[in-house]
Design a protein around this ligand. Structure first.
Ligand code: C2O
Ligand code: CU
Ligand code: CU
Length: 541
């Protein structure tokens, strides 16, 4: 037992009810899981089924999403208060449904707020007018509702939906509110036929989130000032809200649609068998399929990003399970270095002597720790003979803008507040205006005295043109010109910008909406977003 578990254990002894005791047993397991991942992954991975959590349903059949609190057993037999998007469709009751759509579909639904706080649903990654985009300016109070009515105009891809109220998006998402919106088109169906993929069976969404629990197994979201500054890091990594999950697979090709739904944590994703790293194929990003599959062994994924991958389990040997892991990496919490010299700043306001260790809550898994996320058991499947197609899709042509980029510096004020160009969020201001129909290059430069920031733009998917001054662990994965990573080949709505790094992105501010539209540009570390690392920008008609 580490310090926290011990402290909680002692606290629990004083008030041990039955739930408390099984919570404690669970917690004892946590301590062992970190040391030895094998044998601990005994909970079946939750998958989108016919009803209940994540069940897949045509988005146009969902007329109401009710945001409510309920009890949900994240940890086995330990119900926790949980926030969910509840829906009914075809006589079935769904929680955080996996919404399915095709380009051109019209989605018309009413969000009903049954929480005690304001909320609003944001459709992450979609091109919508500002009202249907859903952000804090449109939040509705308890007992109120909000009607959405929009057409899916974007490429087939793995989008998602989550809350976006002012200041409390992190807490609401943490407590359960998040779902996938999967848009499919002919390219998608061609791929599914070629590889014989079925959603929920061999085509598996994986939502990765880190969480902490109290000794009764109830979700805990308490932030110190330090954690407010760093972002929340949990004690347990959940995949599809399953702690220490396993998945029974056959020796064939699987598709994993991976969403990093964590509030703040980044992962360095790899599939391992024993000490061996397995090859896998990156086939898509935030904005849909790449043109060709790209072979990789590891990829970073920042909060809110999606990676769509194929794993060929015929490449695994013997009966040993395969693990989806996050490999160790340097989390680069450099908040307290001097911007010019790169040395620790004298009297730094945050971080103290050891910036890597100082911020984590007791018990939280430190950022960058190697850890297993999912155990994959393999049964032989000799009949499977499919091969990954060489062509997947076509990307819209990359048309970069001429001229100087618009510059955005990511940093903090030394007093515990992150900002963008020194701006902090003010709902009455839009410090940036762009002209409808124009192309722009944005240069996102992260200060050296910083941490990685997953920067997200509402309203448009973008392309990455160049990465400069990337840290060594990122540069090592660059496979293309201009320091680009494999995932930079696709359309993105969120890009992870590392300390000291400069990332140039190409945006095309073309959309069909008349009138000025306001959108958000922010860090998707949700604690950063909630504390003001966000600006509004206007697309002028
Ligand atoms: Cu996924 Cu502004 O958010
Ligand atoms: Cu978004
Ligand atoms: Cu940030």
């Amino acid at each position: 037992m580490n310090y926290t578990t011990r402290r909680k254990f002692l606290a629990a002894l004083a008030s041990a009810g039955a739930a408390g005791l099984s919570g404690l047993l669970w917690r004892r397991g946590l301590a062992f899981a970190a040391a030895d991942p094998t044998g601990q992954f005994t909970n079946r991975l939750r998958l989108p089924g016919a009803s209940g959590l994540y069940s897949a349903v045509a988005a146009k059949d969902v007329k109401q999403l009710t945001v409510r609190e309920l009890d949900f057993e994240i940890l086995p037999k330990l119900p926790s208060p949980f926030l969910a998007y509840a829906a009914e469709a075809g006589g079935k009751r769904l929680l955080n449904p996996t919404l399915l759509a095709r380009p051109g579909d019209r989605i018309k639904l009413r969000m009903i707020n049954r929480l005690k706080q304001p909320t609003i649903v944001h459709w992450h990654g979609l091109t919508n007018d500002e009202r249907n985009d859903g952000f804090g300016n449109y939040q509705v109070g308890p007992g109120k509702y909000f009607d959405y009515d929009f057409t899916v105009r974007d490429r087939a891809a793995n989008y998602w939906y989550h809350p976006h109220p002012h200041d409390i998006a992190g807490e609401q998402a943490y407590k359960g509110l998040a779902g996938l919106l999967i848009v499919k088109d002919d390219d998608e169906e061609k791929l599914a036929r070629a590889l014989d993929l079925t959603l929920g069976v061999t085509d598996i969404p994986l939502v990765i989130q880190d969480r902490s629990f109290n000794f009764e197994g109830k979700l805990e979201y308490k932030l110190s000032r330090e954690q407010m500054f760093m972002g929340f890091l949990g004690e347990e990594i959940l995949v599809n809200l399953t702690a220490r999950p396993y998945f029974d697979a056959a020796s064939r090709i699987y598709r994993f649609r991976i969403l990093n739904g964590s509030n703040a944590r980044s992962y360095r994703l790899a599939f391992t068998q024993g000490t061996r790293l397995l090859d896998y194929y990156l086939i898509g990003t935030d904005g849909g399929l790449l043109e060709q599959p790209f072979k990789v062994r590891e990829s970073f994924i920042g909060a809110a990003q999606r990676l769509d991958v194929l794993l060929d389990l015929r490449a695994a040997t013997g009966n040993e399970p395969v693990f989806l892991k996050s490999l160790a990496f340097d989390p680069m919490h450099n908040e307290s270095v001097d911007e010019k010299t790169g040395k620790p700043a004298a009297g730094a306001a945050q971080g103290g002597a050891d910036p890597h260790a100082a911020h984590a809550a007791p018990g939280a898994i430190a950022d960058g720790t190697e850890m297993a996320l999912l155990r994959i058991n393999i049964k032989p499947s000799p009949g499977y003979k499919r091969e990954i197609p060489s062509q997947l899709s076509r990307l819209p042509k990359l048309a970069a803008a001429a001229g100087e980029p618009r510059r955005f510096a990511l940093g903090h004020d030394g007093k515990g507040n992150w900002n963008i160009n020194g701006w902090r969020f003010n709902m009455h201001e839009t410090p940036v205006s762009v002209q409808l129909g124009t192309r722009e290059t944005w240069l996102l430069r992260n200060n050296r005295a910083s941490m990685p920031h997953p920067m997200h733009i509402h309203g448009f998917q973008f392309r990455v043109l160049e990465r400069r001054d990337s840290p060594a662990q990122v540069k090592a994965l660059a496979t293309r010109q201009n320091g680009l990573l494999p995932q930079d080949m696709g359309l993105l709505d969120t890009v992870l910008v590392w300390p000291g790094e400069s990332v140039r992105i190409a945006l095309d501010f073309t959309h069909p909406f008349s009138g000025d539209q306001t959108y958000m540009f922010h860090c998707h570390n949700l604690e950063h977003e909630d504390t003001g690392m966000m600006i509004g920008y206007k697309v002028k008609a």
